[in-house]
Design a protein around this ligand. Structure first.
Ligand SMILES: [Zn+2]
Length: 75
């Protein structure tokens, strides 16, 4: 069985995990970050886009938490 390589839609690295041949990354929806000028970047992704674990932790999870706080009316 041959598996096509997956690449992270945020950093471009190959998505893979030791010992997990069927690992296919994370859903990047909700990812947000600030660029070097302090502007918030909130890209939209294709429905089948995947991101690596590192970007999930750096951009996706914080982005979702940020939006959750906004919805609740906090800062
Ligand atoms: Zn990545």
């Amino acid at each position: 069985m041959k598996k096509e390589k997956l690449f992270c839609c945020i950093c471009g690295n190959e998505i893979k995990k030791e010992g997990c041949p069927n690992y296919f990354g994370n859903n990047p929806a909700g990812a947000m970050w600030k660029d070097e000028n302090g502007n918030v970047c909130e890209p939209t992704f294709n429905i089948d886009a995947r991101c690596c674990d590192e970007c999930d932790h750096r951009y996706v999870i914080p982005g979702r938490l940020y939006k959750l706080r906004q919805m609740r009316g906090g800062n």
